[in-house]
Design a protein around this ligand. Structure first.
Ligand SMILES: CC(C)(COP(=O)(O)OP(=O)(O)OC[C@H]1O[C@@H](n2cnc3c(N)ncnc32)[C@H](O)[C@@H]1OP(=O)(O)O)[C@@H](O)C(=O)NCCC(=O)NCCS
Length: 261
């Protein structure tokens, strides 16, 4: 396998203020777009977004115990449909999803890459690029047991976190965790693959990198990892299969009201 071409995008991309209505064409072949999408919506908008979902998605929404979780699911799935509809010039309500062996959604009849993650009222939706995509966002919150990362991460990652000053460990854990989840979501495997079976870079202030996948040395050449630093209380990462893409970040406009089509 040939060596990867240099990364053209910033290691620490920021989010702009573009609104979904301003994106009038699909991502260019050399681009990956990441949308920051708020999940708190007015009841009227939830009704509109719910109208875009299919029967299976509505059934899934109805199974949430708490109305807030239900509405966040509807907002994330509805806005994912709006974005995909816009990028692919398709009717958002007519899109069909198929699901991989561990639940990764993909579009029926299309290999257009996308990935979704949500945490604490916020979703990130990544779209476009040359290969598979995985995105992960986590709200940084103090963990009851700060040692809970032990035996979850790879031993080298644990050691790297241990080597940091105590006040940096929490953020390093979340940087590491989101990099790992983004990669696993890119692969479509989910956590069942084993978080301790591969290594990523740990320090939040150093570039996100897939360092080692035992048994498959080419894997580290196939994937690019990026930290997405947009709010201090969140950690987020993106895994792109392929190299040299321009990474662009967009904010779903707070006054956008979902009128994306
Ligand atoms: C994918 C996974 C890592 C997500 O973890 P999380 O931090 O709780 O959730 P996130 O908010 O980051 O991501 C959720 C989104 O990821 C996507 N997703 C689900 N499964 C996925 C997978 N295997 N790979 C990539 N993306 C996946 C969906 O879009 C989902 O959004 P939705 O819940 O609105 O449909 C975790 O749920 C997992 O490991 N799932 C696999 C379960 C499994 O192995 N099942 C086997 C079949 S029984």
């Amino acid at each position: 396998m040939t060596a990867p071409t240099p990364v053209q995008s910033s290691e620490r991309p920021g989010f702009g203020t573009q609104r979904v209505a301003h994106v009038s064409s699909p991502a260019l072949p050399g681009e990956v777009h990441v949308w920051r999408v708020p999940l708190e919506c007015a009841p009227r908008e939830i009704g509109h977004l719910n109208g875009l979902l299919n029967t299976g998605e509505r059934e899934r929404a109805s199974r949430f115990v708490f109305p807030r979780d239900r509405d966040h699911f509807i907002a994330a799935r509805g806005r994912l449909r709006l974005l995909l509809g816009q990028y692919l010039r398709a009717d958002p309500a007519a899109l069909d999803f198929r699901y991989g062996h561990a639940g990764k959604p993909q579009l029926e009849g299309s290999d257009f890459p996308f990935s979704v993650s949500h945490s604490a009222g916020l979703a990130l939706i990544a779209l476009g690029g040359p290969g598979r995509l995985g995105v992960d966002v986590e709200r940084i919150r103090p963990r009851r047991n700060p040692d809970s990362f032990r035996h979850v991460l790879a031993p080298a990652e644990e050691a790297a976190i241990d080597a940091l000053a105590p006040e940096l460990r929490e953020r390093a854990f979340f940087a590491c965790w989101t990099r790992k989840e983004a990669y696993l979501k890119g692969r479509g495997d989910g956590l069942g693959f084993g978080l301790d079976r591969f290594e990523v870079s740990v320090r939040p202030d150093s570039p996100a990198k897939l360092l080692r996948v035992p048994g498959d040395p080419d894997e580290t050449l196939r994937w690019e990892l990026h930290s997405l630093d947009f709010e201090p209380e969140y950690a987020a990462a993106l895994a792109i299969e392929g190299h040299g893409c321009v990474l662009l970040c967009f904010d779903w406009g707070i006054d956008q009201k979902g009128a994306a089509v």
